[in-house]
Each structure stands twice: as structure tokens, then as C-alpha cells.
Design a binder for this molecule. Structure first.
Ligand code: FES
Length: 130
């Protein structure tokens, strides 16, 4: 489970903020999000694999660069790994662990997201949601 400080980070959206529809993401696919401004900018991205979604801060553990270039391109061409455009690090979509490139063994910082029906939302699911 992601640390709760992520949800209180400057610029982070409010808990349960709708981000997009699941159908807005290719399968596999990814999309970046940005909330806040200037020093409080909060960047993260969502990866879809089938009916599951995963999310991470858009910050590579190697040198601290955003991962995507061009924007929203976070995955390898086959969609099997998250890819950092700067120096080619590869990360498992399911756990964010680096499995190739200059930061093997380090991991992306997970962001809590969940599906509310067909909507991808920020935060932890409500107690009564299924
Ligand atoms: S900044 Fe991502 S691999 Fe170097």
C-alpha cells in the first residue's frame, strides 16, 4: 500500500478525484496526470493492463527525470514494461520495480488509484465500494 504522505503531498488531488474512464486508456496503455502548479506540481501516471490499473509518480529513481517522452508514452512498444525515455530504465507495471537499465532493483513510487465502476479515481477505494 502506498504511504499516506503521498495523498497529502503538495498539489496532490483530493481523495476520490476522478481521473479518466478505463476506456480512455488503451490496453495496455498509459496516461500522465498533473495537478498543482510550480513547486507544488504533482505528476503521476496511470498504466492499464486489462481490467487493472497501476499508478506511479512520474519521476525516475535513476536521475529524477520525468519518464515520458513524448508525453503520455510511458510504456515500451509492446506495452510489457514502463520505460524511462532518458536512459532506458525498464520497470514492471505491476510493482514499479526496475528490471533493466541504470537503476535495477530500485522502484517507482506508487500512487493509490482504484476503479469505481468504469472510472479511474485517485486515492483509496471507499469502504462500501466493490
Ligand atoms: S533518468 Fe530514468 S533511466 Fe536515467
Amino acid at each position: 500500500m502506498p504511504p499516506s504522505f503521498i495523498m497529502q503531498a503538495p498539489g496532490a488531488p483530493a481523495d476520490h478525484t476522478p481521473l479518466c474512464r478505463l476506456a480512455d486508456l488503451s490496453d495496455p496503455g498509459s496516461k500522465g496526470f498533473e495537478f498543482g502548479e510550480a513547486a507544488e506540481r504533482f505528476r503521476f501516471f496511470v498504466v492499464r493492463r486489462g481490467a487493472e490499473v497501476f499508478a506511479y509518480r512520474n519521476l525516475c529513481p535513476h536521475a529524477g527525470h520525468p519518464l515520458d517522452f513524448p508525453p503520455d508514452r510511458f510504456l515500451t512498444p509492446k506495452g510489457d514494461y514502463i520505460h524511462c525515455a532518458s536512459h532506458g530504465a525498464l520497470f514492471n507495471p505491476e510493482d514499479g520495480i526496475c528490471v533493466g537499465g541504470p537503476c535495477v532493483g530500485r522502484r517507482l513510487l506508487p500512487i493509490p488509484v482504484y476503479l469505481d465502476g468504469e472510472t479511474v479515481c485517485f486515492g483509496e477505494p471507499r469502504e462500501n465500494s466493490s
